[in-house]
Design a protein. Sequence first.
Length: 159
Amino acid sequence: MAGKKPTKKGTQKSAKNTTATGKASKGFTDEERAAMRERAQELKSAAGKGGEESAVLEKIAAMPEPDRTMGQRLHAIIKASAPELSPKLWYGMPAYAKDGSVVCFFQDARKFKTRYATLGFSDKARLDDGVMWPTAFALKELTVSEEARISALVKKAVG
């Protein structure tokens, strides 16, 4: 046993999670935990039902205005621009997938208590433009101009 250091079992303290500012992290927010519970429920439900589009439409219908109207319009734009995308719920948000992988999603402002809704794109979206490009867009309202831009982005994302 010569040369071996004695070890103390069970006396190590776990390190606290800290942020870059040095403040202790409190883990996930209530909203994040709720989104994870929703995702787990979605996975269970998806195994037994084929009506994912109806679940997306129900989720959109339950949103407060103006997000409900934006969500309905986005759903129509995405379906028309990329019919190969399949609607599905993803962490409690309407999302659109290709071959099972989410390409884009709509996050209503209430989801994480933000001041605007978001149209986001995953890393599966083919939006690469050089070494830096946007993957999420804040939405306060949809005009004809934004609808045309969204349609072009969705087409590019699946192209």
